[in-house]
Design a protein around this ligand. Structure first.
Ligand code: INI
Length: 159
C-alpha cells in the first residue's frame, strides 16, 4: 500500500501571522475577516495570531520574509487586493507580490498562503472577498493550516 501523508485542519496550538495590505482595504479587510473566521473555526487561539498591516501588496514579500525568518510561526497568511482597473503598474505589483511571497516560503521553509487577489475590477475583488465567489482570505487561511500541519508531519518523519 502506498504511504499517503497530508495535513489536517486542526489549528489548535499553532501560531500564525497574517500580513495584510491596507491598499483597497474595503476588500482586504474582508479577506482578513475571512482568514480569522477560518482560524477560529479550526481551533486556533486568536490571541496568538499576529496581524501585520502594510501599505500595499508590494510590501508583503519583504514583511513575510522578515516574519518567517524569525521562526516564530507555523504558517503565514498573505492578504491583499491588486486591481487592474486604472493602475498602470498592476502587473509589477501583482507579479512582485506573487513571486516574492513564493520565494519567501521556499527560502525559509515556512508555509505562506497566497491570499492576494488579482482582478480586473473592484466588483470581481468584492465577489472573492465574501461575495458570491466565497472568501479567498478564508481559503488562504485553511491552506495555511493544512500546510502547517503537513510540514509538521514531514519534519517529524525526516528526523
Ligand atoms: N497595492 C495594492 O495592494 N493593490 C493595488 O491595486 C495597488 N495599485 O493599484 O497600485 C497597490 N499599489 C501600491 C503598492 O502596493 C505599494 O504600496 C506602493 O507602490 C509603494 O511601494
Amino acid at each position: 500500500m502506498p504511504q499517503v501523508t497530508e495535513g489536517n485542519l486542526d489549528a489548535r496550538g499553532m501560531k500564525f501571522a497574517i500580513v495584510v495590505a491596507r491598499f483597497n482595504s474595503v476588500v482586504s479587510d474582508r479577506l482578513l475577516d475571512g482568514a480569522l473566521d477560518a482560524l477560529r473555526r479550526t481551533g486556533a487561539d486568536l490571541d496568538a495570531v499576529d496581524i501585520v498591516k502594510v501599505p500595499g501588496s508590494w510590501e508583503i514579500p519583504l514583511t513575510v520574509r522578515t516574519l518567517a525568518s524569525g521562526r516564530k510561526y507555523d504558517a503565514i497568511i498573505a492578504l491583499g487586493a491588486v486591481i487592474r482597473g486604472g493602475t498602470p503598474h498592476f502587473d509589477y505589483v501583482a507579479g512582485q507580490a506573487a513571486s516574492g511571497i513564493a520565494q519567501a516560503a521556499v527560502d525559509t521553509g515556512v508555509p505562506v498562503a497566497f491570499g492576494v487577489l488579482t482582478t480586473d475590477t473592484m466588483e470581481q475583488a468584492i465577489d472573492r472577498a465574501g461575495g458570491k465567489s466565497g472568501n479567498k482570505g478564508f481559503d488562504a487561511a485553511m491552506t495555511a493550516i493544512e500546510m502547517a500541519s503537513l510540514l509538521g508531519k514531514l519534519g517529524k518523519a525526516a528526523r
